[in-house]
Ligand binder design. Structure first.
Ligand code: BJW
Ligand code: ZN
Length: 240
């Protein structure tokens, strides 16, 4: 363990044929995005913990409150920029025969850094979706969000995956397929507590991939990793 990157690790990474990167909130921490858990920095909105306000139940009970919470977070995010960790990951996409980036983040910072075909397991804060017909709408950075569905007129909700909700169709299946094919799996900035995202590294490991974690803290995944790089994404990833 430790954040020293050995020659062996660097060679393993550089010679990989198929790379899967799974990211969580920690990759955006150095951009100024608060993480959900740990560090005494848990998200709370008007006295409600995030898993109460970011819940399917709250969408049914008080959709306006949910929008207020997401409008507030979009406003914060619109000022933030990708960091060296996002940029390193974006550079890698051209460097391997196969490369896939799966993120649990809804902030869009990987795309801002230039990453393409990102699988957003938990949706995007920059989209809204109709509660009836499920049509999706992009939310512009500097204009008001659309207020109702243009197809059916019903209300819109944030296009994010809340606790107890299903992931976007195919997102897990596509990620699990990449996990079972990859020979190097890099897990960055996630507490590895939320499923089914937390299953992906174990799928990769079971299929024989080298498993490497980048995180300043240990997680439930650390014990299964071939290498744990204890450090911040923005500092460690550019060294790989
Ligand atoms: C740094 C750093 C730096 C700091 N550099 N690192 C199996 C067992 C038990 C429960 C379940 C199960 N399968 C499903 C469930 C239920 C549930 C679940 O997993 N619960 C667990 C908490 C126990 N899962 C779901 O409900 C999922 N849906 C589902 O499974 O559907 C099928 C189904 C339907 C009905 C019933 C049952 C199943 C959906 C999960 C959706 C998660 N949504 C959220 C909120 C999004 C909206 C919003 O933003 O408000 O997604 S929750 C929140 O957690 C968010 C994140 O994407 C997700 C993961 O968090 P992440 O990214 O790991 O962040 P943190 O904060 O936890 O960790 C940050 C890490 O970064 C830390 O480790 C730091 O050390 C590190 N760090 N600085 C690198 N500079
Ligand atoms: Zn509609």
């Amino acid at each position: 363990m430790g954040s020293d990157i050995s020659v062996e690790l660097r060679q393993r990474f550089q010679n990989a044929q198929s790379v899967l990167v799974l990211t969580g909130a920690g990759v955006s921490a150095e951009s100024g995005v608060p993480t959900f858990r740990g560090g005494g920095n848990s998200l709370v909105w008007k006295g409600m913990p995030f898993d109460v306000i970011s819940s399917a139940q709250m969408v049914e009970q008080d959709l306006n409150a949910v929008w207020e919470w997401f409008d507030y977070r979009r406003a914060l995010l619109s000022e933030l920029r990708p960091n060296a960790g996002h940029h390193a990951i974006a550079r890698w996409q051209e460097q391997f025969p196969e490369f896939m980036l799966v993120t649990q983040n809804i902030d869009g910072l990987h795309q801002s850094a230039g990453s393409k075909d990102v699988i957003e397991m938990h949706g995007s804060i920059w989209r809204a979706r109709c509660i009836s017909c499920h049509d999706r709408y992009q939310i512009p950075k500097s204009k008001p969000r659309p207020s109702s569905c243009q197809s059916c007129g019903d209300r819109l909700r944030p296009d994010v995956v809340l606790f107890g909700e299903m992931l976007p169709s195919g997102a897990f299946e596509q990620s699990a397929k990449a996990a079972s094919r990859c020979d190097f799996c890099l897990v960055v900035g996630t507490s590895a507590l939320v499923y089914p995202a937390a299953e992906l590294p174990m799928i990769a490991k079971s299929a024989g991939a080298y498993l490497c974690e980048v995180n300043p803290e240990l997680t439930p995944l650390s014990q299964f990793c071939d290498m744990v790089l204890t450090g911040r994404a923005g500092q460690v990833l550019p060294l790989l």
